[in-house]
Design a protein around this ligand. Structure first.
Ligand code: SDX
Length: 429
């Protein structure tokens, strides 16, 4: 097979190198296209066919439903690893040994405090504020209290920034929820594991002498965070990369990523799925009516939690989460009709030509909210939990972009506006 691609423009042939990745994917290097073709560019709204970078962090195959972090399959990691191990592997490249993991966790604990003035910022928000807007603002505010920018060329400085944000972010997540519920704000408990600490900060009630951990919830949250930890160049990760490419700080880049994740077409879908399932339940559980709405082009309704830009087969994460939803609700003794409605929709969609032809399958957001709800997490907090899981992936991708000294992201455009014209004084218009 040739390692060159030939493009003929205006009768002139130009050759471009074809690059092969370690999983035999092919990319055409068009970095010389404009100069070679007299100014022509490619056009690809939504970047459906355009690669923004080379990356060694996450591999996914949408046709085969494969997802691997640093070569480890998502199925093995969800089954055998814990979230901090996965975070370490994503950020630093390999699973940690026992000593590295212990140091990583203790360094994170050292940073598990936030400046008390952050509480004043949190207090300024109305109770009705959406938690994703609060989280994005508090994350950006961390820069004010940690002004030193990251020297990415210093391993020590980069490591310290990583453990700093991994220590502080769960506090912001917990405080965001407790602000919504009007509960007192607690700091972390350094005697606990990472996920146990998150649960205690989120759920300890003021009257409780001691917060009793429920291993079912600990395992469920650990697995959900692993499943959300990275997903190559999705919308929010691409946002973190492009903001970081201007050499904006890590916290500022993460804050931008949180805002991108908020959208209902992206991470905000997990909240939209639950609201959709609730609406179907209120409407008598008539899934066929909503399937018809999803297929009706004149109806803006979409089957939230279905479809994916890359997966044209089952999202492997959705498969794992669906099993976990059954397990968690069973273990907690919860009968949730919402789960049955979700399964009914899935069964109908998998047999429906509209969905089959467009290869629309349940994605990561379709079942995750059912578990969060069983855990007692408010619907508006679902995407915040997605952000907590995606944090190490965003950090890993930001670090890789900076270490590879990627240029500032600045796409071109095809101008379709007015051609040159002279100014007309207002009295003549
Ligand atoms: C995440 O990129 C990632 O990796 C993201 C993510 C991650 O981990 O970071 O995996 C997390 O964001 C998952 C996706 C969550 N979003 C939703 O569940 C929202 C519902 N899904 C869609 O809006 C849609 O499927 C997207 C946004 C996910 C993907 O959109 P694309 O790739 O731009 O595809 P498209 O909108 O062009 O749809 C192709 C066709 C269209 O029909 P036709 O014009 O061909 O007739 O499929 C239809 C769409 O109308 N379609 C749907 C549909 N999704 C696509 N029709 C009904 N319901 C849906 N959910």
């Amino acid at each position: 097979m040739s390692d060159k691609a030939t493009l003929e423009i205006n009768g002139q042939k130009n050759e471009f190198a074809i690059i092969k990745g370690t999983e035999n994917e092919l990319a055409i290097d068009i970095s010389s296209l404009r100069s070679a073709s007299g100014g022509a560019i490619t056009l690809d709204p939504g970047y459906k066919n355009t690669g923004s970078c080379e990356s060694g962090i996450t591999f996914l195959d949408g046709e085969k439903g494969i997802l691997r972090y640093r070569g480890y399959s998502i199925e093995e990691l969800a089954e055998k690893a814990d979230f901090l191990e996965v975070a370490y592997a994503l950020i630093f490249g390999n699973l940690p040994n026992a000593e590295q993991l212990h140091k990583f966790h203790s360094d994170i604990k050292t940073h598990s405090v936030v400046d008390d003035d952050v509480k004043k910022i949190l207090d300024a928000f109305p109770k009705a504020a959406h938690p994703m807007g609060v989280l994005s603002s508090l994350t950006s505010a961390l820069t004010a209290f940690n002004p030193s920018s990251v020297n990415v060329d210093s391993e020590e400085d980069m490591y310290n920034s990583v453990v700093r944000i991994l220590g502080k972010f769960p506090i912001l997540v917990a405080w965001t929820m407790r602000k919504k519920k009007g509960l007192p704000l607690y700091y972390g408990d350094s005697s606990l594991g990472y996920v146990e600490n998150v649960l205690k900060m989120m759920f300890k009630q003021p009257h409780e002498e001691k917060y009793i951990q429920n291993p079912i919830l600990v395992n469920a949250l650990d697995k959900l965070l692993i499943l959300h930890a990275d997903h190559e160049q999705n919308c929010s990760t691409s946002t973190v990369r492009i903001v970081g490419s201007s050499h904006a700080g890590l916290f500022a880049s993460l804050s931008a990523g949180i805002s991108a994740l908020w959208g209902p077409l992206h991470g905000g879908a997990n909240q939209a799925v639950l609201e959709m399932l609730e609406a179907i339940k209120e409407d008598g559980g008539d899934t066929k009516k909503y399937m018809a709405k999803a297929k009706d082009k004149s109806d803006p309704f979409r089957l939230m939690g279905f479809g994916h830009r890359v997966y044209k087969n089952f999202d492997p994460r959705a498969k794992i989460i669906k099993v976990a939803a059954d397990e968690v609700l069973g273990d907690l003794g919860i009968q949730d009709p919402i789960l049955d409605i979700a399964k009914g929709l899935e069964q109908e969609a998998l047999k429906d030509d509209y969905f089959v032809k467009r290869k629309l399958y349940p994605n990561v957001d379709f079942y995750s909210g059912i578990i969060y709800r069983a855990m007692g997490i408010p619907t508006e907090m679902f995407t915040v939990m997605f952000a907590l899981g995606r944090l190490p992936g965003w950090i890993a991708q930001w670090r890789e972009m900076r270490l590879r000294k990627e240029p500032i992201g600045r796409p071109r455009q095809l101008y379709i506006g007015e051609t040159e014209r002279s100014f007309i004084p207002i009295k003549k218009r």
